[in-house]
Design a binder for this molecule. Structure first.
Ligand SMILES: [Mn+2]
Length: 327
């Protein structure tokens, strides 16, 4: 089969030109950032500092998650910034931070001359005033950044190669999700040749569970139900469960992934209380099941990918007469 020509190639050249012209670059990850977001920021940061000799800041409003804290020098991540100090703002892996931080409004209000770059693999509308490098067929934002580096002939050293692999590995669930394409694996192969290691990231992601995580899983599994009519496997976790097990949001999505492997299931749903009066929902499905969970998530004001989505509800979870309800 002929390989599709990467439609972003021309934009990559434009991106390189813009970066060469900028002296100070702000790298912005999304709210509740994941490893792909940080991997994107740190690989670009490495390139900008070492290759182009630019000044950079990595901005995350939310704290760095447990896994990413082990993968990246977290001291480098800032949670405040002064927009006027930068020539370029790069929005990475999802555009919510751009609007939530009101960067668009500040640029207009202060009449700032700032280039906006948006790099994403989520099906989101482009940012009007930005150079948008969006490819929803990419497994991870890191895959797009890899293609950018390749296009401009930037020779990856082991460190940024590992960063990119970390993002691809986590966004594909260790190459198990359906977003793992032949191209993804070619990229991974090249990253390994450049010194990146699968073993390193695999160990941290899959062989690093705490006893508390498994205790949380056991609570969720004990409450799981398969609804015959819809093929939904659903489970529930209260704030108390999460606190008791010192669990994080990634623990809950891990549960949804396992529940989705139950024979006869069409999709899984894990409802968990992230804080008082806020219930988060994590949805998972698989290509062959023919369910688009992002459509379900959208129905509740959420979003995400076809096979992995989420949404948020107001309320609390209660078990009444052996039935879980939202109050
Ligand atoms: Mn991603």
């Amino acid at each position: 089969m002929k390989k599709p020509i990467n439609k972003l190639n021309e934009k990559f050249i434009e991106l390189e030109k813009k970066l060469l012209k900028s002296q100070r670059v702000l790298l912005v990850v999304h709210f509740n950032p994941d490893t792909d977001a940080f991997s994107s920021a740190f690989s670009l940061d490495y390139y900008l500092r070492n290759e182009l000799k630019k000044e950079t800041t990595i901005l995350s409003v939310d704290p760095i998650d447990k896994l990413s804290a082990k993968l990246f020098p977290k001291k480098q991540v800032r949670n405040t910034y002064k927009l006027a100090n930068y020539n370029t703002v790069m929005i990475l892996d999802r555009e919510d931070s751009y609007y939530k931080l009101k960067i668009d409004e500040e640029i207009i209000a202060k009449n700032l001359k700032i280039e906006i770059i948006n790099i994403d693999h989520h099906p989101k509308p482009p940012i009007k005033e930005a150079l948008n490098l969006v490819n929803i067929d990419a497994s991870a934002t890191c895959e797009i950044i890899y293609n950018f580096f390749k296009q401009i002939n930037y020779q990856l050293s082991p460190k940024p190669a590992q960063y990119l692999l970390n993002g691809i590995f986590t966004d594909t669930g260790g190459f198990r999700h359906n977003n793992t394409s032949a191209e993804t694996l070619e990229i991974v192969s090249d990253l390994m040749k450049k010194g990146a290691s699968i073993r390193k990231i695999n160990q941290l992601v899959f062989e690093n569970k705490s006893l508390n995580t498994l205790k949380l899983w056991s609570i969720a599994f004990s409450r799981a139900e398969l609804r015959e009519k819809t093929g939904m496997v659903v489970s529930f976790l209260t704030k108390e469960d999460l606190d008791k097990c010192d669990a994080s949001k990634s623990d809950a999505s891990g549960i949804a992934e396992v529940l989705n492997t139950i024979s006869g299931s069409k999709f899984s749903l894990v409802l968990y209380e992230s804080k008082p009066n806020v219930i988060k929902a994590s949805l998972r499905s698989d290509e062959h099941k023919g369910i688009d969970v992002s459509a379900i998530a959208k129905g509740f004001g959420g979003g995400g990918h076809k096979l992995a989505s989420g949404f948020e509800l107001h309320g609390n979870l209660k078990e009444i007469n052996k039935k879980w309800v939202i109050e």
